[in-house]
Design a protein around this ligand. Sequence first.
Ligand SMILES: Cc1cc2nc3c(=O)[nH]c(=O)nc-3n(C[C@H](O)[C@H](O)[C@H](O)COP(=O)(O)O)c2cc1C
Length: 181
Amino acid sequence: MSVLDVIKTRRSIRSFDDESISDEDAEKILDAARLAPSGGNRQRWDFIYVKDPRVLRMIKNCSPGLYGDPVAVVVIGMKMVKAPFGGADYGSIVGVLDIGFAAENILLAAHALGLGGCAIASFNESGIKKVIDAPAAWRPILLVSLGYPSEQPKMPPKKQLSEVVHLDRYGRKWERLEGKT
Ligand SMILES: Cc1cc2nc3c(=O)[nH]c(=O)nc-3n(C[C@H](O)[C@H](O)[C@H](O)COP(=O)(O)O)c2cc1C
């Protein structure tokens, strides 16, 4: 599959087979995460790859947004930087964006390997920290569930290109995109 095909056919998967993921495939997926772009190439992320069924159960128990029974979960997080004058630190905001890029690489690599997964932001932060024994300054930002899909979801409604693309300035339509789905 071309990269564009992988992007177009990826769907969030919330129902999985029991079959486990080989460590070779897990390594490929995590390597794709590692190679994602990051602001200033700072790569402040950590990826905790969880495949132990006991730990997976505990993660599921504190993640209301995690559906199905994935055979692995990647917990992605980072050490937050303290802002000098309070408020959100710019570096931390960029770090959170970086984690989004890494998560998408995980989802695309998984799909290219015949696996599936879902990004999960709905989880109990302190619960996840306890389960994976994370240091105090480290925050989990996103989970990604992984496994062999036991469903083939249809594409959910997506906005049309013409609804979200503006040409040269805000509010200016690009005619060639009109009416395309
Ligand atoms: C940052 C982020 C957080 C998400 N959190 C959840 C979640 O907690 N639970 C869930 O089932 N799906 C979650 N999703 C998946 C979205 O619901 C899904 O991407 C969206 O419905 C579009 O479907 P698609 O991925 O198949 O294109 C999340 C996606 C993103 C990008």
